[in-house]
Ligand binder design. Structure first.
Ligand code: SF4
Length: 244
C-alpha cells in the first residue's frame, strides 16, 4: 500500500507523501528550519523508508493505475497531497493530473511550494485548474515571490487567510471541516507549530532585508513577551530593521 489511511489531522482522509526536502524544489528558508518533516514520527527510520519507497514507485510507469486502485478502495471523498514532500518534476505532476482526471468523484487537496519553480508552474497550474483539484500555494514570511498574480490562493504560516479551525480545536479533523477540499477560492492561515514566532519573524527579516510596519509591531510585541532571540529594533519609513 503506497497511500496513507488518514492521521490525527486528516481524520480518515487518505494521503500521499514523499521524502522531505529532497523532493521540495520550491523550498524556502522557512522550510529548511521549520518543516515538520524533520520532527516527530516523520524522522522514524520506518517512516523515512516508506517515503523513499513511495518516491521510487512514483518514478515507475505503473504508478497511475496502482494509485487509482488504492484511492478507489478507500471510498474517501477527498485525498491530501502531500503531508510531507512536494511535486518534484513535471512528469510526476502529470501523473497526478491523470489520476485526478480519472477519479472525478474525489477532491484532491493540499498545498505546494513548487509554484516557485518556473519549470513546474505550467503543469502545476493545469493540475490546479482541474474541477476536482483544490491545490493552494504554500507561502511564508521568509519569501517575497507573489503567487496571487498567477491566480493562486494560499496556505500561509501565520499570514494571509482565515485561520484553520483545527489549529484552535474547533473541528475534529479535515474530514469534518471540509473547507480546503470544497472551496477553491479560500486562503487559509496556519499556526506555526514547530518553533518560535520570534525566530520565524527574525528569519523573515533576514531573508527579505526588510519587513512591513505590521510585522514590525508583531516583532516588538513578541520581543517583549519572549526572550529566545535577542533583537534590537527601530522603525523607520514604515519598515522595521533588526540587528541580530
Ligand atoms: S481549514 Fe479545515 S480542511 Fe483545511 S486544513 Fe484546516 S481543518 Fe483541514
Amino acid at each position: 500500500m503506497l497511500i496513507s489511511r488518514g492521521n490525527s489531522k486528516l481524520g480518515k482522509l487518505p494521503s500521499f507523501s514523499l521524502p522531505v526536502i529532497t523532493t521540495c524544489p520550491g523550498k524556502t528558508a522557512f522550510c529548511n528550519l521549520f518543516c515538520y518533516g524533520f520532527k516527530g514520527m516523520f524522522i522514524l527510520p520506518s517512516v523515512k523508508d516508506v517515503n523513499e519507497r513511495r518516491l521510487d514507485a512514483s518514478l515507475k510507469s505503473d504508478f497511475v493505475p496502482i494509485i487509482i486502485k488504492e484511492i478507489q478502495k478507500t471510498r474517501a471523498p477527498a485525498f491530501r497531497l502531500h503531508v510531507i514532500g512536494d511535486f518534484y518534476m513535471p512528469e510526476y505532476i502529470e501523473k497526478w493530473n491523470q489520476i485526478a482526471t480519472e477519479l472525478t468523484e474525489v477532491a484532491f487537496f493540499g498545498s505546494t511550494r513548487s509554484w516557485r519553480c518556473d519549470y513546474l508552474i505550467k503543469p502545476l497550474e493545469e493540475f490546479r485548474d482541474l474541477p476536482n483539484v483544490y491545490m493552494k500555494a504554500s507561502i511564508d514570511a521568509t519569501d517575497f515571490l507573489d503567487p496571487f498574480s498567477c491566480g493562486w490562493r494560499v496556505w500561509s504560516i501565520e499570514g494571509k487567510g482565515v485561520p484553520c479551525p483545527h489549529d484552535s480545536k474547533m473541528v475534529e479533523d479535515c474530514l469534518a471541516c471540509g473547507r480546503c477540499w470544497t472551496h477553491k477560492d479560500t486562503d487559509t492561515s496556519f499556526r506555526l507549530r514547530w518553533g518560535h514566532q520570534v525566530t520565524y519573524l527574525a528569519l523573515a527579516f533576514k531573508e527579505r532585508g526588510g519587513i512591513n510596519k505590521a510585522m514590525g509591531r508583531s516583532i516588538l510585541s513578541l520581543h517583549k513577551r519572549r526572550k529566545e532571540v535577542n533583537i534590537g529594533t527601530s522603525l523607520h519609513n514604515g519598515k522595521a530593521y533588526l540587528r541580530l
